[in-house]
Write a protein that binds this ligand. Structure first.
Ligand code: FAD
Length: 1003
C-alpha cells in the first residue's frame, strides 16, 4: 500500500465529508438549542461544569421539592451561580424565597431531564420501537442498549437480563413491518445485516464479578447471557458484547470466545465484541482475537472503539500503583484506531468491522483503508451514538449508506449516569467534536495524521519524572506497594500455585527465636485452618515466663549497640526486609489464606501493607533523625533530637497477622528499640514468616525476638516486666485496658514509666444520606461490613440510614447480601470465609442472639457445615441504647438504624464509646461538611467504604475507647517509640560568639 497516496486520499475524503457536514453543529453544541448553550457556558466555566455534572448525578435522587431546592442552594451558592441558561423558563420567578426556589427547581429539573432524553431513544418499549422505526425510515440501522443501574445483587442481574428479554419480545413482531435498509432486495439490512441488534454490558449480568475468580465470573455471566443470545438467534438478530473497564477485559474476551464457539451458536456468526484501542495492549488483543477466529474457523465481528473509561483507568492505575494501561496522548489513541482498523480490514474474511467513532479523521481513514484493501462493503459498517454528532451521522449516511445508531433505552435514573458520560466526553478538551464545534480548530489540523500530531507534540512532551529522593538520604521517596491486579493471569496463577506449595509445608514445628538462637520449649500449640479445623497449619513452641525473661535479657543486651546504630543503617534493614517480603509476596499471602482465612485480595493487601510499613517507617526514621535546632538566640545552640526508649513488647492481633505485627515491630526497631514479639495464638505461623523476613534481612541477634505463647501463661509477665519500656498492642478493648492499667504500675526495680500504644477496636458507623448514590453505597457497605468476615477493627457494624431512602437501601442491601458466596478463602469465588476460631464463633453467635432479641433479623445467611462459620446477619430496628449498637462484635453482624434526619444520624454515629472509623454516603456538600466537623472519629471516609486505610495516604487509628497513641502509617507514629532530648550548649567564650545564619543578630 502506498502510504503517501493513502494519506492524501484520507485528507481529501475528510475535506469532502466536512463539506457535506456543513456548518450545522450537533445539538450538544448548537447554541440555538438549550443544551448547546448550557454546554457552552460549562466549557467556559470549569467550576460550574464540575458542579453541574455533580448536580446531574444527584438529580434522580432528589425526590421532593425541598430536596431539590436545597441542593440547588448548595451546589450553586444559593442559586446565585445558576447561569441564566440553566434557569431558562423560570426567569419571571426570580431567585430566592421558597416559591422562587421551588419554581427554579422544577425548571432546572425539566430542562435537565429533557437533555438526558436527547441521548435516550425511549424509556418504554413501545416508545423505543416507535422511535427506532422513525430512524429506520431515515435510513439508520440501530443497536439497542438497555440502561441499567450498577448491578449490586443477583436479583438485579436477573432483572437486567430480563429487561433484554422483554425488549426482544417487544421487537419480535415488529421487524417484519420494517423494510430492509439498502437496495439489495434482501430481507436483511444492506443485504447482510440483521435488523435487530442489541448491545449488552457483561458486568451488569453478574453481581459478584471478580477478576480473581476468572472461571466463576465467566461462567455466571454466560448463564445469563446465553438465553438472551438464544432469543436473538431465534429472531435472526445480532448482538454485540460491550467492553467496559480494563480489569474485566479478559473476562469479556473469554466470554465472547465461549459463547461464540458453543455448539448451539457456532454456525450463527452474528455475535460481535467491542474492543478498545486506547489500551496499550490493543494491538496484541486484536491480533489474538483474529488468530483465534482463524484457528477456530469462526468468523467474528469487532466494534472498534477508542474507549469510554479513560479518566477512570488513569485514576484506578494511580490509586492502585499499577502502570497506566491506556495511552496518555490522544494522538496515540487515534493512531491505534487506524492501526487496529487496518489489522481487522486485512483480515476481513474472518472479521467484520464496525467502526464506532465520531471523529472525521478516524472514519475517513477506515473508509480509505477499506478501499485500498478492497474490502467488500458488507464487511464493515459505521456506528455512532444516538444523540451525538447528528450532522456527522447524516453526512456519514450520505457517504457510506451503512450507519448504525447506538441507542440506549430505558429509565431516566440510569439515563442520568449515561448523560454525564456523554457530556464529559463531549466537553473534554481532547474531544474531536469539541475541537471541531467549540474550539473551531482548522480543518487541516483536525484531519492531520495521528503520527504527525505526535511528532509535532513530541518536543513539548515531558519525559518521565526521575525518582525523588528522601532529603539527605539515598532512599527514593516513599511509594505504596501496588495492589494485586488479579485481572492478570500470571498474578492469579502465582497465588494459586503459592497456596498449593504452602499446603505441602503444613504441620511443621516452629521454634522460638531469642537473641538470634532457636529455642525449643517442648510445649507445642497447634494452629489450624479455620475453614478446616482438622488441618494443622503448624505446631508452634510456646514461650513461658522463663523464655520471656531470656528474651528481655537478650533484647537489653542487643539494645546497648542497636540504640547507637545509625538511623540510616537501621532503616536499611527495613528496606532490605521489604525487598525480601516483596520477593515472597505470594507465599506470604498463601500462609494468611490458610491460617487466617483471608480472601486472596485481603491477604495481598495485608502483605502489601506490611511492606509499606517497612518502607515508610524506614524513611520516617531518617526524617526524624535529623537534629532540629531550636530558637534563634545567639550564643547558644539548642539541639532537639530523639533517642529510643529501650525494650519494646509487641503484642499483635490475628486479623492483620503480618501487617500490624510488622508495623508495630518495624516502628519499634527502626526507632532503635529491641522488640519482643508475641504473635497472636491464632496466627503464629504467619508471625513466624515475619521472623524469617527480618532474619534474612540480617538484623543483629536480640533486636527482634519471636516469642509466641499463651497470654494466660506469660502475657502479664511480659507486660509487667520492669525492663519493658514500651508496649505496642493491637487487639480487644478489654485486653487493651488491662494492659494500660498494668503498665501504669511501677514496681520495685522499674526505671521508667511504660509507654503504651494501644489500638483497640471500634463500633463503626456509616451514614447513608437521603441523596446517597446507592449504586456505590450498597456494595461498599457490604464490603466494609462483611469482607474478611467483619473481623477488622475498621469494619462497619452500624449503618445509619435516613428515613427517606431507608426502604430502597435496605431492599438493595439485603439482595446484595444474599448474593455473596461463603466458603473457604482458598477459593476466590468466595467473598466471605470462616471466622478465626471456635471461640470467635461462639461469641459472635451470642451477639447474633442478642441482635435477634433487640431488633428484627432481616437476613441470616446459610453457612458451610465444616469450619468456623457464622452467618451474615443483618438486623434492623436498632437504636443507640441497644447492646448491638454499642459493643464490638468482630464478626459479620450489621445493625441497620433508621434515622429521622441527618442531625440524628450524626448523633447516633457518635453515640458509641469508640471513635475509630466512620463513613458517609452523601452528595450534599452541606452534609459532607457537617460530617467532616461533627462525626468525630479517627478515620472518616466520605463516599467510600470505611476499611482499607493505606499507609501514608490514610494514617490509621482512633481515640476514645478505640485506642491511645498516634496513627499507624502516619507522621507521628515513630515518636511514640522514642524520647525527645534537648542539648543546650553555651557557645559564647569570653564574649566571643560564633553567629549562625538562624540567629537573630544585628543587621
Ligand atoms: C457505537 C458506539 C459504541 C461504543 N461502545 C463502547 C464500548 O462498548 N466501550 C467503550 O469503552 N466505549 C464505547 N464507545 C465510546 C468510544 O469508546 C469513545 O469514547 C467515543 O466514541 C469517542 O471517541 P471518538 O472517536 O468518537 O472521538 P474522539 O474525540 O476522537 O476521541 C475521544 C476518545 O479519545 C480517547 N482519549 C481522550 N483523551 C485521551 C488522552 N489524553 N490520551 C489518550 N486517549 C485519549 C478516549 O478514548 C476518548 O473517548 C462507543 C462508541 C460508539 C460510537
Amino acid at each position: 500500500m502506498d502510504r503517501d497516496k493513502l494519506e492524501a486520499r484520507i485528507l481529501a475524503r475528510g475535506r469532502d465529508l466536512f463539506a457535506v457536514l456543513g456548518d450545522e453543529a450537533p445539538s450538544v453544541f448548537n447554541k440555538d438549542w438549550w443544551t448547546g448553550r448550557l454546554m457552552d457556558w460549562s466549557m467556559g466555566h470549569e467550576d460550574f461544569k464540575l458542579q453541574l455534572f455533580r448536580f446531574i448525578d444527584v438529580l434522580p435522587c432528589l425526590t421532593t421539592e425541598e430536596m431539590l431546592a436545597e441542593h440547588i442552594r448548595e451546589y450553586f451558592s444559593e442559586g446565585e451561580n445558576v447561569p441564566t441558561v440553566l434557569r431558562l423558563g423560570a426567569k419571571s420567578a426570580g431567585i430566592g424565597g421558597r416559591l422562587g426556589m421551588k419554581l427554579l427547581g422544577k425548571t432546572i429539573c425539566k430542562n435537565l431531564e429533557s437533555m438526558a432524553r436527547q441521548f435516550i431513544v425511549g424509556n418504554t418499549i413501545p416508545g423505543t420501537v416507535k422511535n427506532i422505526g422513525k430512524f429506520r425510515r431515515k435510513g439508520f440501522a440501530f443497536t439497542l442498549d438497555v440502561l441499567g443501574e450498577a448491578t449490586v445483587s443477583e436479583q438485579e442481574a436477573d432483572a437486567y437480563a430480563e429487561n433484554y428479554m422483554r425488549l426482544l419480545e417487544g421487537l419480535e413482531g415488529i421487524q417484519s413491518d420494517w423494510p430492509a435498509l439498502g437496495e439489495s432486495g434482501s430481507p436483511m439490512d444492506w443485504g447482510y445485516a440483521p435488523k435487530i441488534d442489541l448491545s449488552i454490558k457483561p458486568s451488569a449480568l453478574y453481581s459478584q464479578l471478580n477478576p480473581a475468580d476468572f472461571e466463576g465470573s465467566v461462567g455466571h455471566i454466560l448463564d445469563r447471557l446465553r438465553p438472551v443470545y438464544r432469543k436473538i438467534v431465534e429472531l435472526n438478530g445480532s448482538m454485540c458484547i460491550d467492553i467496559e473497564m480494563r480489569k474485566h477485559k479478559e473476562i469479556t474476551f473469554e466470554l465472547y470466545r465461549r459463547l461464540r464457539s458453543e455448539a448451539e451458536f457456532k454456525d450463527y456468526p452474528q455475535l460481535g465484541l467491542a474492543m478498545q484501542v486506547y489500551l496499550k495492549s490493543c494491538d496484541r488483543d486484536i491480533e489474538q482475537m483474529l488468530d483465534w477466529a482463524r484457528q477456530e474457523s469462526l468468523p467474528i465481528s469487532v466494534r472498534l472503539v477508542k474507549g469510554a473509561y479513560w479518566d477512570y483507568e488513569v485514576v484506578a492505575a494511580r490509586q492502585n500503583g499499577w502502570p497506566i494501561p491506556v495511552y496518555t496522548h490522544k494522538a496515540e489513541t487515534d493512531g491505534a484506531f487506524e492501526r487496529c482498523a487496518e489489522k481487522i480490514l486485512n483480515n476481513h474474511d474472518v472479521c467484520r468491522l464496525a467502526c464506532a467513532s465520531h471523529n472525521v479523521r478516524s472514519v475517513c481513514s477506515v473508509l480509505e483503508l477499506a478501499r485500498a484493501l478492497e474490502v467488500p462493503d458488507e464487511r464493515y459498517e459505521f456506528q455512532v451514538l444516538y444523540g451525538m454528532a447528528e450532522p456527522f451521522r447524516n453526512a456519514l449516511l450520505k457517504t457510506t449508506g451503512r450507519v448504525r445508531l447506538y441507542c440506549p433505552q430505558g429509565e431516566l435514573l440510569p439515563g442520568m449516569a449515561y448523560l454525564i458520560r456523554r457530556l464529559l466526553e463531549n466537553t473534554s478538551n481532547e474531544s474531536f467534536l469539541r475541537q471541531t464545534y467549540v474550539e473551531g480548530r482548522e480543518l487541516e489540523q483536525l484531519l492531520k495524521a495521528p503520527q504527525t500530531v505526535l511528532e509535532d507534540e513530541s518536543a513539548s512532551i515531558s519525559t518521565e519524572r526521575s525518582d525523588v529522593l528522601v532529603p539527605q538520604s539515598d532512599l527514593a521517596k516513599f511509594v505504596n506497594e501496588p495492589f494485586a491486579d488479579f485481572s492478570q493471569p500470571e498474578v492469579r496463577d502465582a497465588l494459586g500455585t503459592a497456596i498449593s506449595e504452602v499446603k505441602k509445608k503444613l504441620g511443621r514445628t516452629y521454634l522460638l527465636s531469642i537473641g538470634g538462637e532457636d529455642v525449643d520449649t517442648g510445649t507445642l500449640a497447634e494452629s489450624v485452618n479455620p475453614a478446616r479445623p482438622r488441618e494443622v497449619i503448624g505446631r508452634v513452641c510456646q514461650a513461658g515466663t522463663k523464655e520471656i525473661e531470656a528474651a528481655v535479657t537478650a533484647a537489653q543486651e542487643a539494645f546497648k549497640t542497636w540504640r547507637d546504630t545509625s538511623p540510616r543503617e537501621r532503616a536499611g534493614y527495613l528496606v532490605k526486609a521489604a525487598e525480601i517480603a516483596r520477593n515472597r509476596v505470594y507465599e506470604l499471602c498463601a500462609w494468611q489464606v490458610l491460617e487466617a482465612g483471608k480472601q486472596w485480595n485481603q491477604a495481598y493487601s495485608d502483605v502489601g501493607e506490611a511492606i509499606d510499613f517497612l518502607e515508610y517507617y524506614a524513611r520516617e526514621m531518617i526524617r526524624l533523625s535529623r537534629a532540629r535546632y531550636m530558637g534563634h538566640a545567639p550564643g547558644e545552640v539548642n539541639e532537639y533530637f530523639y533517642q529510643p526508649k529501650g525494650v519494646a513488647a509487641v503484642i499483635a492481633p490475628w486479623n492483620f497477622p503480618l501487617a500490624i505485627s510488622c508495623g508495630m515491630c518495624a516502628a519499634a526497631i527502626v526507632a532503635g528499640n529491641c522488640a519482643i514479639y508475641k504473635p497472636s495464638n491464632q496466627t503464629p505461623v504467619v508471625g513466624y514468616t515475619l521472623l524469617e523476613v527480618l532474619r534474612e534481612a540480617g538484623l543483629p541477634p536480640g533486636v527482634f525476638n519471636y516469642t509466641p505463647g499463651s497470654g494466660a501463661v506469660m502475657g502479664d509477665y511480659l507486660i509487667d516486666h520492669p525492663q519493658i519500656s514500651v508496649i505496642a498492642f493491637t487487639g480487644s478493648v478489654q485486653v487493651g485496658l488491662r494492659i494500660i492499667e498494668r503498665a501504669a504500675r511501677t514496681p520495685e526495680g522499674q526505671r521508667s514509666v511504660k509507654k503504651v500504644v494501644a489500638e483497640m477496636g471500634g463500633k463503626n458507623a456509616v451514614i447513608v444520606d437521603d441523596d446517597a448514590d446507592l449504586d456505590e453505597a450498597v456494595p461498599q457497605i457490604i464490603d466494609s461490613a462483611f469482607a474478611y468476615q467483619g473481623q477488622k477493627c475498621s469494619a462497619c457494624s452500624r449503618v445509619i440510614v435516613l428515613e427517606t431512602v431507608y426502604e430502597r437501601f435496605v431492599e438493595r442491601l439485603l439482595a446484595a447480601a444474599r448474593s455473596v458466596r461463603i466458603g473457604p478463602a482458598e477459593d476466590p469465588a468466595n467473598f466471605m470465609g470462616p471466622v478465626i476460631d471456635e471461640s470467635a464463633c461462639k461469641s459472635i453467635m451470642e451477639y447474633i442472639d442478642i441482635a435477634r432479641k433487640e431488633g428484627t433479623t432481616l437476613y441470616s445467611s446459610d453457612v458451610p457445615a465444616e469450619g468456623y462459620y457464622v452467618p451474615i446477619t443483618i438486623v434492623e430496628s436498632i437504636t443507640p441504647e441497644h447492646r448491638i449498637a454499642q459493643e464490638e462484635v468482630f464478626g459479620p453482624v450489621l445493625a441497620v438504624m433508621r434515622a429521622r434526619d441527618f442531625d440524628q444520624a450524626i448523633e447516633w454515629a457518635n453515640s458509641s464509646r469508640f471513635a475509630l472509623t466512620g463513613g458517609l454516603f452523601s452528595r450534599s456538600p452541606k452534609h459532607i461538611e457537617q460530617c467532616r466537623r461533627e462525626f468525630r472519629v479517627g478515620n472518616l471516609y466520605v463516599n467510600r467504604g470505611c476499611t482499607g486505610a493505606i499507609v501514608e495516604r490514610q494514617p490509621f487509628g482512633g481515640f476514645k475507647m478505640s485506642g491511645i497513641g498516634s496513627k499507624a502509617g502516619g507522621p507521628d507514629y515513630l515518636l511514640q517509640f522514642m524520647d525527645p532530648r534537648t542539648v543546650t550548649e553555651n557557645t559564647m567564650r569570653r564574649g566571643f560568639v560564633p553567629i549562625r545564619s538562624e540567629d537573630e543578630w544585628i543587621e
